[in-house]
Design a protein around this ligand. Structure first.
Ligand SMILES: [Zn+2]
Ligand SMILES: [Zn+2]
Length: 908
């Protein structure tokens, strides 16, 4: 086998497929974009799923990549095995090549074989392959793949084996794209068998010992599964292959463990240096070494993709992995933060192939170290508590720790479930994992933290709670925390109470730095009820120091942060400041919010009471409103709705906003939104005089009178989900800009058509019908011209044994014309054979026509068309008297005609 480094193997894979016309596609993020069904990208095909489903298109039809994958949660969860053996990883790389309706089995098999045996020089006699043979006998066997494999250079036909549904049939899900697959296995030799002494054991492909290893899986997607028993052939067939990088590298480098390849051995080396171990000590502690190397690599890639340690979802995984690595470090005597050093080796090792690691180096290392210190602060008390629980179990002769206690270890002492499980396992004990999840859910609901934590992307909020504790202790804040009043004023004066940078409190920030600021009070709106957060500025007196606010959030109860950047000067804790909301922007938002209420009311009037709000977005430049309605809103209805809203704007109703008890509000007929939570006291927004036209519970900001909205224009209507419609609209300044833009377009169009704006539609109709007539005329002339050209060519008709034979090229006509001309030939020469060819858009087409008497003499138009098609690299066929062919290679068109003529002449 060729001697290559891991990086070279990755690169040569990509280069090889590039040389076969593939586009190199960068690895997708570990966080799958838009795919809610999985936590992490876990295979190369994740980023192409929509292409296979036919809902997305790419500018290429052949792709190759090396995909970052995580298998640590859900169905594919390898965590428990990681560290205990040589092959399992949380993070790994998957090499793949893809055909989207382009090449198929023949090329996929030929190239896989060529790469392995010729480029990488893997001895062909060690390789085995499989093809699909249905064990249930329902789906046709993949004999194509079988034949292709058997004819590869150096392939021993006895090494091509059949396999059933388990190993050789791939399905994306219970329905959808699927198809047979072929695996390539390598025989590592009898010395790798770990079941040699087991009675009855036979080493075999897909067997149960370590002698044969699967290297590569080639999936041929050719069916669409409609239900459990029905497959329909796909119009376009695809190829999807996957090869684990770590495995092929371990094979080519001749090592017994993935951790001994040059991909991971530098990380092991770093751990060894940190631990001060000699070779023998390292061998003795191989499990902690493997855990640390694997977890450091996973953590580095996760943080580079934005998954920082946190309490929920993906962020929890990063936290858990760091803590698990940290605990295994403890087994090597590494009791201080050390993981950043290993992560640094990861960046060095992988930075060239994955530049995002280098770019985010500081963030990665900082986050790891910070998480390790958090863990160290609590680990001792947590371990002590767990020790007590273990003793308690042993005294009571129990083997399972209950979920409540496991959750308490996590919530109070920061000990993730996975660590508790590890520690218990080492003592032969288990933990109730279901009970843990239940306790966690109960806790979330009780504390009302579920949603807030989700919105913060799992960011650790303990820093904000400690800021709040600190500020209340110093009497800088009341127990209620930061005051929130976005309604009565647009500016407030105050003092900077705290500054947070990258999750840590700092004393000051200078120009260019992105930080979060805490004030005693704020007039900035926080995104809620669909209305976006305010923007604006925080300035010191005389505007010497300027901080621009781009977002405002409530990360923990009682704390509000202004997120943004120091634009000028320097801000420090204790500075006296003025916070100013961008008032023009806020006024645009107010117009859109009040217009949303008017739209909601008008929808009820025009299409019915069932049109309840299903979602809403109010931003400065537009509003978006989703509502329940089973069908598209008609143009007439939209016109009525738009007119109704504008009428209510002209009425210039005053808005009446007040707080009342929820009970009173509901009694008076307020519209509450389904799924929203309301407190005891609610804010109500009423529009209209005696008989209110809109009465909603709403915490948003509104105009004083409807006339302030100016103008309301609907810009689109469409569907977002089954039974849910969406209307988008603009108001005020954006509506005026839209009218201006449309008027300008109208003026330009009228000028281009040399008419007035009023006459424009009639003029366009006229021009269109004229152009239509011209097209008809032109194609008529073209056909005439072709016929004339053809008549001239007919001087060259040959006569052989009484039959007239002609073959020729008619430039740039369509297939219909070719058929027309061949009929013309038939009329003129009742006994004859004609082959006519043309090139349309660079693609050759051929029509073959044979008179009936010549068919009796052995001529067949279909056969001739097929032979001609082969010359131009395409397909052909048809009836014995009329057939056609198409191909790709226009340069060979003359050769194709000559081939067809030759067949005709031979038979006559
Ligand atoms: Zn064996
Ligand atoms: Zn509202």
């Amino acid at each position: 086998m060729k001697s290559l480094s891991g990086a070279e193997i990755r690169q040569s894979y990509i280069d090889f497929f590039k040389s076969k016309g593939h586009t190199f596609v960068r690895s997708a993020s570990l966080v799958p974009g838009g795919d809610q069904t999985i936590l992490f990208t876990n295979a190369g095909m994740v980023q192409f799923k929509d292409v296979f489903l036919g809902t997305d298109k790419r500018p290429y039809t052949r792709a190759a990549n090396s995909q970052k994958c995580m298998r640590v949660a859900g169905k594919h969860n390898d965590l428990e095995d990681v560290g205990r053996d040589d092959t399992h990883h949380t993070f790994f790389e998957m090499l793949g090549n893809w055909s989207f309706g382009d090449y198929y089995k023949n090329e996929a098999i030929e190239w896989a074989w060529e790469l392995l045996t010729e480029v990488w020089e893997v001895p062909s006699e060690k390789l085995w392959t499989t093809y699909f043979l249905d064990d249930k006998g329902d789906i046709p066997a993949d004999n194509e793949a079988k034949e292709y494999w058997k004819t590869q250079k150096g392939m021993n036909p006895d090494h091509v084996l059949a396999g059933g549904r388990k190993d050789n049939f791939w399905e994306m899900a219970e329905t959808g794209p699927c198809g047979p697959c072929s695996e390539i296995h390598i025989d590592r030799g009898p010395e790798y068998c770990d079941k040699a002494g087991v009675p009855g054991h036979v080493c075999q492909v897909n067997g149960d010992c370590k002698r044969y290893l699967e290297l590569w899986n080639l999936v041929f997607i050719q069916y669409n599964r409609l239900n459990a028993s029905t497959l329909e052939p796909l119009p376009a067939k695809h190829v999807d292959t996957g090869m684990g990088l770590e495995r092929i590298v371990s094979i080519m480098q001749g090592v017994t463990s993935n951790y001994l390849t040059d991909l991971l051995s530098p990380l092991m080396k770093t751990v060894q240096t940190l631990a001060g171990h000699n070779e023998k000590q390292m061998q003795k502690n191989f499990t902690p070494y493997r855990v640390i190397a694997d977890h450091a690599r996973a953590t580095t890639f996760l943080i580079a993709d934005g998954v920082v340690p946190g309490n929920t979802g993906r962020n929890y995984i990063t936290r858990m992995i760091i803590r698990r690595a940290s605990r295994f470090g403890g087994k090597l005597g590494l009791n201080k933060s050390f993981l950043a050093d290993v992560a640094d080796s990861v960046i060095e090792q992988y930075g060239e192939a994955y530049p995002e690691l280098v770019k985010n180096r500081k963030t990665i290392l900082d986050n790891i170290t910070r998480e390790e210190s958090r863990f160290h602060r609590t680990i001792e008390s947590g371990m002590g508590q767990l020790e007590d629980y273990i003793n308690d179990l042993k005294v009571k002769n129990l083997t399972r720790l209950d979920g409540e206690r496991a959750f308490e270890l996590y919530a109070t002492h920061g000990l993730p479930l996975e660590l508790t499980r590890d520690i218990l396992q080492e003592q032969g004990l288990t933990v109730d994992e279901e009970g843990f999840k239940g306790a966690m859910d109960d806790h979330r609901i009780a504390s009302g933290a579920g949603k807030a934590m989700g919105e913060m992307g799992g960011e650790d909020v303990s820093i904000y709670s400690s800021i709040l504790d600190d500020l209340t202790a110093k009497a800088k804040l009341s127990l209620a925390g930061v005051l929130f009043d976005p309604y009565s004023k647009m500016n407030i004066e105050g003092e900077i109470l705290a500054i947070v940078k990258n999750g840590l409190p700092v004393e000051e920030a200078v120009a260019g730095e992105e930080v979060e600021i805490v004030l005693p009070e704020t007039c900035f709106y926080i995104e809620s009820g669909g209305q976006v957060a305010d923007r604006g500025k925080i300035v010191t007196s005389g505007d010497t120091d300027i901080f621009s606010v781009v977002d405002v959030r409530k990360p923990a109860a009682g704390i509000i942060i202004h997120i943004g950047k120091v634009e000028q000067g320097k801000i420090k804790v204790g500075d006296k400041i003025t916070a100013k909301v961008d008032s023009a922007r806020r006024q645009d938002i107010r117009r859109n919010h009040t217009a949303t209420h008017l739209l909601h009311a008008e929808l009820h009037k025009v299409i019915g009471k069932h049109a309840l709000q299903a979602g809403s977005m109010v931003s400065p430049d537009r509003l978006r409103f989703d509502f329940n309605h089973p069908e598209a809103v008609t143009t007439e209805q939209l016109e009525l709705i738009e007119a109704g809203v504008n009428q209510n704007i002209l009425e210039n109703y005053k808005l009446e906003i007040k707080e009342r008890s929820l009970q009173d509000a509901m009694k008076e007929g307020a519209t509450a939104l389904f799924g929203e939570k309301y407190g005891e006291v609610v804010r109500t927004v009423v529009i209209g005089n005696q008989e209110p036209i809109s009465f909603e519970l709403c915490g948003g900001t509104h105009v004083a009178e409807t006339g302030d909205i100016g103008l309301f224009l609907i810009t689109s209507e469409g569907s977002t989900a089954a039974g849910v419609r969406r209307i988008e609209a603009v108001t005020g300044r954006a509506a005026y800009a839209l009218v201006q833009q449309r008027t300008k377009l109208l003026k330009q169009s009228a000028a281009l058509m040399q008419t007035s704006q009023e006459e424009l539609p009639a003029k366009i109709e006229l021009v269109l019908s004229e152009s239509d007539n011209r097209k008809k005329q032109a194609s008529l002339y073209k056909a005439k011209l072709a016929e004339y050209e053809f008549q001239k060519q007919l001087m060259n008709v040959q006569v052989k044994n009484g039959a007239s034979v002609y073959g020729g090229l008619i430039p740039e006509v369509d297939l219909d014309t070719l058929r027309l001309l061949s009929d013309l030939f038939k009329d003129k020469y009742p006994s004859g054979a004609v082959i006519l060819a043309t090139v349309i858009d660079g693609k050759p087409s051929i029509v073959v026509s044979i008179s009936d008497d010549l068919i009796k003499r052995g001529l067949n138009a279909g056969e001739i068309a097929r032979a001609a098609a082969q010359v131009v690299g395409g397909n052909g066929g048809g009836r014995p008297n009329l057939a056609q062919a198409g191909g790709k290679d226009a340069l060979k068109i003359d050769e194709a005609i000559a081939t067809a003529i030759k067949i005709v002449n031979e038979k006559l």
